[in-house]
Design a protein around this ligand. Structure first.
Ligand code: PHE
Length: 350
């Protein structure tokens, strides 16, 4: 019995030693087979316990099982340790090159129209104009009537209108998709008192044949300033400052008479062509001038309509198409490009 006990002790010592020495999972498996496998000495001892004298059996049985358990536990611990250590092969090939440049995530960007609208509004905001928005579905009253364009007025021809079906909209007054941002002039004047300085960016709609310079949905930016003593010189100075911020310091501007029922006098404004400096080129169609907006002094009828005394208050208003401004600024020749969603186009406006 003493000899068997000694043998088990030796077995345990050499097994644990060999397990600890094993350098990789294959060597560890070899040790397992050698000490716990079918042909292992320990297995034989356990199997032959019945052959031992009855008084030796429990002592040896207990000891042999303890040895077996100790070996199993040591194997499990060693396996975990070996698995957490990368092999030489992995260490040799799996290098991190910290000098490699990183991969850029793909980032989105603002649409060129959004960029130009923000740029224009920022310029006016810095001059003290508030930026506000208004409804795209509008009453006839604000889009036309209150802007000095009565129902039978031929000037309505200037704006081909999408009308809202009054039955399906369940309204008893005519409703439309706004054809310009000018109705916001009325809404703002109705709700506040002078002094007023606002710009209004927003979408407008016209029943239009779509071509390289017209779309049925487009943006406008309206401007309105009303106070005592506002003159055409204020309109001119404000638009001068704006144009020079957006198109460069030497820009000249030119006003020509134009007709809009809600302003008097009414003008259209051009800038000298920044491409050819007025000499004449393809961009300005050889004229030297680029038309960028309509403007004028708020008509007394419009002021009176919102309850302002036209003898006391005067104001100026202007309206521009940011798509046209962007087309001129970036040399874009077809307005439809803005909504084609072609990345080759959009990516040019980082
Ligand atoms: N609302 C006019 C248009 O769409 C532009 C404009 C605005 C003209 C303000 C004068 C003053 O054509």
């Amino acid at each position: 019995m003493e000899a068997l006990r000694q043998e088990l002790d030796d077995l345990k010592a050499s097994a644990l030693d060999q397990i600890d020495q094993s350098a990789d999972p294959a060597q560890l498996e070899q040790a397992r087979v050698q000490y716990l496998g079918r042909k292992a000495r320990l297995t034989a001892i356990l199997r032959q316990l019945v052959a031992l004298p009855p008084q030796e059996r429990p002592v040896i049985g207990l000891l042999a099982n303890q040895v077996k358990q100790a070996i199993e536990e040591r194997i499990a611990a060693r396996r975990t340790a070996l698995e957490s250590v990368p092999s030489d092969e992995v260490l040799a090939t799996d290098r991190i090159d910290v000098t490699l440049p990183g991969r850029w995530p793909t980032v989105g960007r603002l649409h060129p129209l959004t960029q130009i609208i923000r740029e224009i509004c920022r310029i006016f905001a810095e001059m003290g104009f508030a930026v506000i928005e208004g409804p795209e579905v509008e009453w006839d009253y604000y889009n036309f009537e209150a802007l000095n364009i009565p129902e039978d007025h031929p000037a309505r021809e200037m704006w081909d209108t999408f009308w809202i079906d009054p039955t399906s909209a369940q309204v008893d007054k005519p409703m439309l998709l706004r054809t310009h941002t000018s109705p916001m002039q009325i809404r703002i004047m109705e709700q506040t008192k002078p002094p007023i300085r606002v710009v209004v960016p927003g979408k407008c709609y016209r029943y239009e044949a779509v071509d390289a310079s017209h779309e049925s949905q487009f943006h406008q930016i309206e401007g309105l300033a009303v106070d005592e003593g506002i003159t055409f010189a204020d309109l001119k100075g404000t638009l001068y400052a704006f144009v020079r911020r957006l198109f460069g310091d030497e820009r000249k501007i030119r006003f020509r008479c134009d007709y809009f029922p809600f302003v008097e006098p009414g003008v259209d404004m051009s800038i000298d062509c920044f491409r050819c400096k007025g000499a004449g080129c393809r961009l300005c169609k050889m004229s030297g001038w680029l038309e960028i907006l309509g403007a004028g002094m708020v008509h007394p009828n419009v002021l009176a309509r919102v309850g302002y005394d036209p003898a006391r208050y005067t104001g100026f208003a202007f309206g521009m198409g940011p798509a046209r401004v962007a087309m001129l600024k970036y040399g874009i020749e077809d307005i439809r490009l803005f909504h084609d969603n072609d990345l080759r186009f959009l990516q040019q406006f980082p």
